[in-house]
Design a protein around this ligand. Structure first.
Ligand SMILES: [Co+2]
Length: 304
């Protein structure tokens, strides 16, 4: 019999696979980001899972962390790289997977996707007990350099724990010897190479579209805010969320959502995830899978 935690990881993976397929069908120039976001996130719910983070729809030099706003006017442009990063969870067991769309099939941009994909496959190839995390980074970087591109080195894969999207250890996208943790049975990781023609570094943009409940604050908090704080914590359980989720669940009246979020950010009740931008403005591709090792040390790619 398969362990229950493995079953949950697999269920979470299936939901993300379904959402990725839907994204593939929907993404065409002119289609609104909101429509794609709503439908893909709903697909995860329809599959019997919950979101482990809001859909990320990051274009070109935006490497990650763009998620549509409540009345987002953005539509898919006629060309460019659109990264779709989707997260689900089943009982707290998380799936996290990303694919990049080459909107007008530009051969030059396809090279970025191929580089990230080959890097991901090379890492999966050696994903077994005993492999050190920097060894994954080594094969990732090598594949990307072979395409004449650079890996983004201040982004990387991460361990997944129950209800924890970013548990401790980090899978570097280069051979960084400081990441010497060793893979072992029972581990779960999201592995995510990013390829770019730029410097290979991202910086925080000015805006944030994704938030996370950080801590309860009680001092000097009006009754109304205490109420909202409790509701947000109950709904999101420390996992990242978009203001769209608060609207969907009627947690806060729509016209108050941004004001409450800004207040809670200031009061440190909420953390925020700024948009991540390649520092030279170069395009970025990302490919990501969730991989677990069962208790016998066999790898299972849950999102493929
Ligand atoms: Co991801």
């Amino acid at each position: 019999m398969t362990d229950e935690w493995i079953e949950s990881y697999i269920s979470a993976g299936k939901a993300v696979i379904a959402a990725k397929k839907l994204a593939d069908k929907l993404i065409k120039p002119g289609v609104s980001f909101l429509e794609i976001a709503t439908k893909c996130e709903d697909e995860i719910i329809n599959q019997g899972c919950d979101l482990s983070f809001p859909i990320n729809m990051s274009l070109n030099e935006f490497a990650a962390h763009y998620s549509p706003t409540i009345d987002d006017p953005t539509v898919v442009p006629n060309k460019g790289l659109l990264k779709i990063d989707l997260g689900s969870h089943h009982n707290g067991y998380i799936a996290d997977s990303a694919i990049t769309f080459n909107i007008n099939n530009d051969p030059k941009l396809q090279n970025y996707i191929d580089a990230a994909q080959e890097a991901l496959e090379a890492a999966i190839e050696i994903f077994r007990p005993g492999t050190k995390l920097y060894e994954l980074g080594e094969v990732i970087a090598k594949k990307i350099y072979n395409h004449g591109l650079r890996p983004i080195t201040n982004l990387g894969g991460h361990e997944l724990k129950r209800y924890k999207l970013h548990a401790g250890p980090f899978i570097p996208n280069k051979k960084d010897l400081s990441h010497k943790e060793v893979l072992k049975p029972g581990d779960a990781y999201a592995c995510e190479p990013f390829a770019t023609s730029g410097e290979g570094l991202v910086t925080n943009g000015k805006k944030s579209y994704i938030y996370r409940f950080a801590k309860r604050v009680k001092k000097n908090l009006p009754y109304e805010e205490i109420n909202y704080m409790k509701k947000i914590e109950g709904l999101t359980k420390n996992l990242p969320f978009s203001p769209r989720l608060l609207e969907k669940h009627n947690v806060i009246p729509k016209n108050k959502i941004q004001r409450i979020i800004d207040t809670f950010k200031r009061k440190k009740i909420l953390d925020h995830y700024p948009i991540l931008i390649e520092i030279t403005g170069a395009p970025v591709a990302q490919q990501e899978h969730t991989i677990i090792l069962d208790m016998d040390g066999n790898p299972i790619i849950t999102t493929k």
